[in-house]
Ligand binder design. Structure first.
Ligand code: BJW
Ligand code: ZN
Length: 239
């Protein structure tokens, strides 16, 4: 297992770097993780709400959950982990941040070369005509309706059983097929396809570094693992 100094050297000397993030990276900003106790809303399991079936059955209830989360996230700011990722991007000619997070905090922190593989909670899309726009405010009535066709708007996120958008999925596979170093931070690594990304990079010889207070299913294939908070470890690792 590499030490922090050794892993920092891998990051520094890499020409091609990929950072894969999950909800843990936003935890220190106050955004509840998906599978942590704070993620529960009215005792409902997020796994049962983040599905097309739940939305088809009760769009108002699913939207109430999203409105609750949008309100929480609105009060949150990026933390030093987000900042460290944005800063290392500037130092690399080949770089991609692949994030499962929908909160938009990476962009607020300054990240520009990023693939939001599970979408973005501030985007709304018409379930009928597909019209899409950014909306940061609250909706007075739920579910919100499309101004163009009157259809029901949905959050611009990827639910269980839905395909990832092809452009971001291709971009992620592209960087995984060429990066020298992959840093995996703040993800439980249980949701496909991102749960397989570390193995894709590792198979072709990339160094894989994990940052997470807990072990995960990908810990076993990592070349280095740092069991701390990303807001503390990432500035030291990427700086
Ligand atoms: C810290 C920290 C700190 C704490 N610092 N770290 C069997 C049945 C049905 C489906 C499947 C199945 N097997 C596989 C599937 C596919 C399914 C899947 O993987 N399911 C598994 C749960 C079993 N995947 C999909 O359906 C995906 N699509 C797909 O596969 O399409 C294929 C297809 C082909 C052909 C036709 C159709 C489809 C889509 C997955 C979409 C996931 N969407 C969500 C919701 C997004 C919208 C929203 O937010 O509401 O994305 S689910 C949720 O999980 C969210 C997250 O991005 C994602 C990952 O979670 P993440 O980020 O890892 O967070 P947590 O909470 O799990 O972990 C936090 C971690 O942080 C922990 O490890 C902590 O230790 C750590 N931490 N504090 C650092 N300070
Ligand atoms: Zn419409």
């Amino acid at each position: 297992m590499g030490t922090l100094e050794v892993a920092r050297g891998w990051v520094r000397s890499s020409r091609s770097l990929c950072v894969l993030t999950g909800a843990g990276v936003s935890a220190e900003s106050g955004v509840p993780t998906f599978r942590g106790p704070e993620g529960l809303w009215k005792q409902r399991d997020p796994m049962s709400l983040a599905t097309p079936e739940a939305f088809a059955e009760d769009p108002k209830e699913v939207w109430e959950w999203y409105q609750w989360r949008r309100r929480k996230i609105r009060g949150c700011a990026p933390n030093p982990g987000h900042a460290a990722i944005a800063a290392v991007e500037a130092a690399k000619s080949d770089f991609l941040l692949v994030t499962q997070n929908v909160d938009g905090l990476h962009r607020v922190a300054g990240s520009r070369r990023l693939a939001e593989i599970h979408g973005n909670i501030w985007i709304v899309r018409c379930a009928t005509c597909g019209a899409e726009r950014e909306e940061f405010g609250d909706f007075p009535e739920l579910p919100p309706r499309c101004g163009a066709c009157g259809g029901i708007l949905r959050p611009g996120v990827v639910w269980f059983g839905e395909r990832l958008p092809a452009d971001v999925s291709d971009a992620a596979m592209g960087i995984l097929s060429r990066c020298e170093v992959l840093v995996v931070a703040g993800t439980s690594a249980v949701v496909a396809p991102a749960s397989g990304y570390a193995a894709v990079a590792k198979r072709r010889g990339a160094r894989v570094i994990e940052v997470n207070p807990d072990e995960t299913p990908v810990s076993g294939i990592c070349d280095a693992a740092f069991r701390g908070k990303s807001g503390e470890v990432l500035p030291a690792l990427l700086g």
